[in-house]
Design a protein around this ligand. Sequence first.
Ligand SMILES: Nc1nc2c(ncn2[C@@H]2O[C@H](COP(=O)(O)OP(=O)(O)O)[C@@H](O)[C@H]2O)c(=O)[nH]1
Ligand SMILES: [Mg+2]
Length: 352
Amino acid sequence: MAKNKVHINLVFVGHVDHGKSTTVGRLLYDSGNVDEQAMKKLKDRAKEVGKVGFEFAFVMDNLKEEQERGVTIDLAHKKFETPKYFFTIIDAPGHRDFIKNMITGASQADAGVLVVSANQGDGIQAQTREHVFLCKTMGVQQLIVAINKMDMAKYDEKKFNDLKVQLSALLKSVGYNPDKIPFIPIASYPGENVAKSLGNMPWYKGGTLLATMDTLVPPEKPTQLPLRLPIQDVYNITGIGVVPVGRVETGVMKVSDKIIVVPAREGKGITGEVKSIEMHHCPDCRAEPSFSHYYRLYAGVPYSHCTGSMPVYRTCQETESCNWRNIAGEAGLYQERRCCYCQGQASSAIGH
Ligand SMILES: Nc1nc2c(ncn2[C@@H]2O[C@H](COP(=O)(O)OP(=O)(O)O)[C@@H](O)[C@H]2O)c(=O)[nH]1
Ligand SMILES: [Mg+2]
């Protein structure tokens, strides 16, 4: 990865079928991150499973079930570079059945792109509302709104402006300042305004989605604070050992650091050592805040001490740094993001 560029985790959210995966796929394709050959294969695959038009979505929707159903189920992460930043793009599922995965995605993100379809009868839907609420709850500080499927709305300026007014009211109601949020009319299937402008909306004077991503403000990096690392998932890999996965929220973690995983099985914490760190499957020697969960830490800590059944919902046993409160939501209890890591993941790691 580009070490000289600031890293931003960017989650794509919004109601199912409004075009999140297609937008991400188009962004990757138009910027040269997916080659012609791979795109052709995805197009053939879409045809084969009776999902013509889903080829861009399939860039992110890799699971067999996702492709057959034409719906994102799990989170997908892709690295992506703009002239200014190094992004980890997180494609979240919009379907209400997979809201748990969307919450995990939002909890990893510094910024979000809310995708809303301008097609007749679409606009603000249940998961548009819910995702805006959850982004705010999970601490996603900045949003970009992409009003998609403008081709189906005949690239109509009025349609765009009407939706912008409605969305501004929704964003304001959960605590975002709509005046600071860029609204971009796009059509990701035909490729309008995602990475390139095709000239279908001469009334729109702003930048493409790609250009707007570079106007995001880099997240703060609280590296001076003690290490706090939410364990999002834990793998037990034969020949390697226990591999917790998570994102550093505060502090810095380096190879050979002694860490404590808390609360662990008995609630007393357990010590271990960082053997190696990885992000996007590349070895790294240092993990800092804002790096997404793709790095791995190999610690001498038994698997059973790291595992938590439901990452986002479990109760924190470390009270010292966790001043969190519960927020009731539709799918159960959502907790404020800064606490998710001390509890949800069963453990946080404290550097010494
Ligand atoms: N006409 C048109 N169709 C689109 C556009 N964006 C997405 N779609 C279609 O909408 C459907 C759902 O897209 P998908 O990316 O899977 O939506 P997601 O559930 O939000 O990820 C697919 O058939 C896409 O081809 C667009 O800008 N224009
Ligand atoms: Mg999708």
